[in-house]
Design a protein around this ligand. Structure first.
Ligand code: PSU
Ligand code: MN
Length: 308
């Protein structure tokens, strides 16, 4: 049984409310990437800059998080600063949402939790850096990100740079197929691997324009097929770290994680931080570049979808 959402559960900014009411394109943004995906102060600079890029490209940004137990759709610069620098912001996936809301605490939302809150607010386009997926060794650990489950059920199109090879990319693509999630590589025949344009895996589907992406969104949901859409946007050539170069570093980071016994929800944040350390910041530069690139595409997709 579904319950109607009490109107005070979500706090949506006036700007986002007005945009949704009059059909102005809106792009959701996640907050785990701010609190647990990048170091301070590059994280807050990235968050502010990406909101600006979305605006410059004709859409309204809606960064999503939980503050003082209240899910928030659209944040102020002070909120972004808090998420970036406050020591006590939980990483919140869907299973964590009820807990932070009930306790009245702060939470940075993952792709899964951001999708869920975006859909509740009526937002259909969401931009991030990288998706969670099936972790290497998941045959033993069962570590499969709830991002995939959410993509199987919640009607939001997610623009990312693909999946990092800290994950098992092949198993992630298989799982998305099982869940009925279209995976569209943008302008490429190959599925990208976040820092690199290549992954060794063919793109399940290819699109070359934002209008084509919007067409797939419209078609999927008009057919009554519930769930998300993955748009994998390869990092620009000038910003990429070649797959063989980053591969060695990722293997090192995974080995360090195992020797420290880190697992579960701490795995992805640890690996991202360790890769930044080993690369002397080069991976962070690439990460920020690809998020900017995704923001431009996401705004274009939201505009095309709004125009349908
Ligand atoms: N990949 C990145 N940066 C990130 C994440 C993934 O390159 O910040 C975050 C996203 O919020 C994603 C989450 O939803 O990690 C996945 O975590 P887990 O594997 O614990 O589900
Ligand atoms: Mn996990």
């Amino acid at each position: 049984m579904t319950h109607p959402l009490p109107t005070d559960m979500l706090r949506v900014t006036d700007e986002v409310t007005a945009a949704l009411a009059d059909g102005t394109p809106v792009v959701a943004l996640e907050s785990t990437i701010i609190s647990h995906g990048m170091p301070y102060p590059q994280n807050v600079a990235m968050a502010v800059e990406v909101e600006g890029i979305i605006r410059e490209h004709g859409a309204v940004p809606a960064t999503i998080a939980v503050l003082d137990g209240r899910p928030r759709i659209g944040l102020s610069p002070d909120d972004l600063e808090l998420l970036a620098s406050h020591g006590d912001v939980a990483k919140v996936s869907v299973r964590d949402l009820p807990f932070v809301v009930a306790r009245g605490t702060h939470g940075a939302t993952t792709v899964a939790a951001t999708m869920r809150l975006a859909a509740l607010a009526g937002i259909r386009t969401f931009v991030t850096g990288g998706l969670g997926g099936v972790h290497r060794g998941a045959q033993q650990t069962f570590d499969v990100s709830a991002d995939l489950t959410e993509l199987g059920t919640t009607d939001v199109a997610v623009i990312s740079a693909g999946v990092k090879s800290i994950l098992d990319i092949g198993l992630t693509l298989e799982t998305l197929e099982t869940l009925g999630v279209p995976v569209l590589a943008f302008g490429s025949d190959e599925f990208p691997s976040f820092y690199s344009r290549s992954s060794g895996h063919a793109a399940p589907m290819r699109v070359d324009t934002a209008a084509e992406v919007a067409g797939v969104m419209r078609a999927k949901w008009d057919l009554g097929i519930a769930g998300g859409i993955v748009i994998a946007n390869p990092i620009p050539e000038e910003d990429e770290i070649p797959a063989d170069e980053i591969g060695v570093i990722i293997d090192q980071a995974l080995a360090d994680m195992d020797s420290l016994g880190i697992h579960g929800k701490d795995a992805t944040p640890y690996l991202l931080g360790r890769i930044v350390e080993i690369t002397g910041g080069a991976s962070l530069t690439a990460n920020i570049a690809l998020v900017r690139h995704n923001a431009r595409l996401g705004a274009a997709v939201a505009r095309e979808y709004a125009a349908l």
